[in-house]
Design a protein around this ligand. Structure first.
Ligand code: ZN
Ligand code: ZN
Length: 387
């Protein structure tokens, strides 16, 4: 019998507003939306940012006759967490059923989320009205400090420190526990404690990492967001296993997020920066991460001798001579006997034949994919060139 596994997919990871700047495409520009599929197939969606419409466009219709419902946990009503709703195509399919969970906002009163739906689709803000949404929708109000069960998964909620309120969710499945704490700022003793309760012993702890510690201490204090450094403190104190930096600032380029991730990894062993398309699998000895492959473009099959330096899975530096045989303007596939760490940086120095004899080209790449080939005893490592 195989151990149960759960799959956590990141459809949107950007905070505040979507970004389309090419300097942000590697981590992605869609606003928050995560999907967790529990071992029994129960589907959870966390937040409804623009990532939700991406999820909708890849919607898989379950092939079992018993139509399963989807459970959508909404943290709060700021735009970046709800703006995907009108564009989520499965809401317009009669046979689908969605159960929404969110808190009663003191600014909206009863049925807060239902009111959000109506307001978002009111004339003249949206071309079709709510009656077009034919999927079955059920709304449940939850508050911080509650515990309930959905198909054998235990859900725990806690209030987080954020303007106009925000809920953090902890989902305990038979394959492992995910704690989702977007949009929160440290500094309120009681809510700081709540955050640690959510994260306690979690396999994956997703935390707001919008700002740098310097920004949080000065110009961004009181904006309701956190840092990689706070995330590291919480995982350590709460005994969580893997930290995911989330809710990237719209002004943060990929290089800036790389930098935040590097600093966090200097302090804590298992850290990832949330990126669009990233999938974490829970249930094995450790959380496994998968990033989508580089966008295919202008591939050239060629053979370049290369010297590659980087960091292995367990954090050691390595240097290896190899051949690069799949090269594009944006990235390359490199065979390595070392196993580099996902989301780490590689230096690639390639010998390039030229008119005036051989030259060399120095590139910096970022590991987005690792495919092990046990037969050949090496890995095919996909990198995206960053400079
Ligand atoms: Zn937000
Ligand atoms: Zn917010």
């Amino acid at each position: 019998m195989t151990a149960p596994s759960a799959k956590l997919s990141f459809w949107g990871v950007r905070g505040s507003t979507p970004t389309v700047d090419p300097g942000t495409w590697r981590y992605g520009g869609n606003t928050p939306c995560l999907e967790l599929v529990a071992p029994d197939g129960t589907q959870f969606i966390l937040d409804c940012g623009t990532g939700l419409s991406m999820l909708g466009s890849r919607w898989v219709i379950p092939n079992n006759t018993q139509k399963a419902e989807t459970h959508i946990l909404v943290t709060h009503y700021h735009w970046d967490h709800i703006q995907g709703i009108p564009f989520f195509s499965p809401l317009y399919v009669e046979t689908n059923e969605f159960h929404f969970y969110s808190f009663r906002s003191k600014f909206l009163g009863r049925d807060s989320l239902k009111q959000v739906f109506e307001a978002q689709m009111a004339t003249p803000y949206f071309p079709v009205d709510l009656s077009a949404m034919s999927a079955k929708r059920k709304f449940k109000e939850v508050a911080g400090g509650e515990e309930f069960t959905i198909h054998g998964a235990k859900i725990v909620t806690r209030w987080l420190n954020h303007p106009q309120g925000c809920l953090g969710y902890r989902i305990e499945t038979p394959a492992g526990t995910v704690a989702y704490a977007t949009d929160n700022e440290p500094g309120d003793a009681k809510l700081d404690e709540s955050l640690r309760e959510l994260a306690a012993g979690a396999d994956v702890f997703i935390n707001d990492a919008q700002f740098t510690p310097e920004q949080l201490a000065t110009t961004r204090r009181g904006w309701g967001h956190s840092t990689w450094l706070e995330g590291v403190k919480v995982v350590r104190e709460a005994g969580a296993k893997t930290l995911v930096l989330f809710h990237h600032d719209p002004d943060s380029t990929d290089r800036m997020v790389d930098n935040l991730l590097r600093q966090a990894r200097d302090e804590f062993e298992s850290v990832y920066a949330a990126s669009e398309g990233m999938v974490l699998t829970l249930g094995g000895d450790r959380v496994e991460a998968h990033l989508p492959g580089a966008r295919s473009a202008l591939r050239r099959e060629a053979q370049f001798r290369a010297l590659v330096t980087g960091t292995t899975e367990d954090g050691h530096a390595f240097e290896e001579e190899t051949v690069v045989n799949d090269l594009s303007l944006q990235g390359a596939l490199i065979a390595l006997s070392h196993q580099p760490r996902l989301q780490s940086e590689l230096q690639v120095v390639m010998e390039t034949p030229g008119a005036n004899g051989a030259g060399s080209m120095r590139l910096r790449g970022y590991v987005v994919r690792i495919e092990n080939d046990p037969e050949k005893g090496c890995s095919a490592v996909g990198v995206v060139f960053t400079e």
